[in-house]
Design a protein around this ligand. Sequence first.
Ligand code: F6P
Length: 366
Amino acid sequence: IRRIAITTGGGDAPGLNAVIQAVTRSALQRGWTCVGIRDGYDGLLRPERYGPGEGLIPLTLPRVDGIAALGGTLLGSTNQGNPFAYPVRQADGSTALIDRSQDLLDALSRERVDALVAVGGDGSLAIAHRLAQRGLPVVGVPKTIDNDLDGTVTTFGFDTAVAFASECIDRLHTTAASHHRIIAVEVMGRYAGWIALHAGLAGGAHAILLPELPFDLAPVAEMVRRRDAQGQSHSLVVVAEGAHPRGGERALSGPAEAGHAERLGGMGEQVSQALARLAGKDARCVVLGHLLRGGSPSAFDRVAALRFGAAAVRALAAGLSGVMVALDGNTVRPVPLADVAGRMKAVPLDGDTLATARDLGICLGQ
Ligand code: F6P
């Protein structure tokens, strides 16, 4: 290997820049050069957008100096640039999804890129897997605030998201208590309840509603009334964006468009309005949304991201491809992308974290 590329795809997560720094520094230490592809693969697939030679960012020591502490990704990211199903506008105004994977492989070979580090969630890792199957040496790095990737104990970004959500819940307790209100706090997490469960526990929520446990609001309203009767006149309910009532459909804020992920949203507001009615109290909803993706990564996420980035370069140097670096116990190890790509990790219903919530008497809407 003489030259590698790194790409960041999907929703940003705190720690992306730390991965970029670790990959760059580890590659340069080995005498390789390193480039970053802008906006997923768009830097190579849409060169006209960036100007000649501008779709790739040369990653040098000065360029990555100090970036591990910064949120976001200096390369940019997109949810709409899958090279195997690339959205292309048609003459009639519609969008068709075209396989442009060969264009990408050709562009990488023109740029003399020998190997790729692909940092992303399930969608980006599935793309990485398919590129590896086409013969490109590829190592994946698991990223997402949602912590919903299989094969790894955790993803980077999750710890920062949970810490911020917990701080928000702490703050909402005092205003809810002052006004004797119910506050429903909606957090991201897609179809998994990791952020809701961990932030709800850390923030002392009175109820936590998860996608893994379709809920019934009657026990939540009952919990609110019981607290009222005991003189505790406020209640905090953490609602995962993917949570849904028993027998009910998920709330969608709009139709999934070609090349866009399905968008979740609105469940916090629905829960708040229904609880106001059922418990006869004033209620408000706070949607934390993209705030959970912003800000400086926690020390845990920085270290995880640096370890993942360095391990990805070690894997490439060892001749591995088609693997994802994963946290297994306390050690980062490569696992086959074939075993993890496209497989969602839900909160286990028999796990001790959920058991803790039950043991603490936190209402799970059951
Ligand atoms: O996967 C990360 C995530 O932030 C989810 O929690 C959320 O559902 C989704 O991305 C939102 O994505 P966007 O608004 O960027 O399309």
